[in-house]
Design a protein around this ligand. Structure first.
Ligand code: SF4
Ligand code: SF4
Length: 73
């Protein structure tokens, strides 16, 4: 199952985007509720490798399930 970035928990650090082996993490336009940049995962490209979850420094910003209700694009 694809991973998801929780929009309003993400702090826009971008370690996930730099580490994704299939380059499916993109920066969104605008800011989240924290007022920071945020990223999102293209569910159709994600291969569920878990690298993004391992490198993200923000607790709870990435989850190992498809959550279009919590991940805005
Ligand atoms: S999900 Fe984590 S590593 Fe990726 S941009 Fe957000 S805070 Fe940074
Ligand atoms: S699980 Fe892997 S393929 Fe999917 S977004 Fe994270 S790093 Fe990219």
């Amino acid at each position: 199952m694809p991973h998801s970035i929780i929009t309003d928990t993400c702090e826009g650090v971008a370690l996930c985007a730099e580490s994704c082996p299939v380059n499916c993490i993109k920066k969104a336009n605008g800011k989240n509720k924290k007022g920071t940049d945020y990223f999102f995962i293209d569910f159709s490209t994600c291969i569920d490798c878990g690298v993004c979850l391992a490198v993200c420094p923000v607790s709870g910003a990435i989850v190992s399930e498809e959550r279009p209700d919590l991940q805005k694009v």
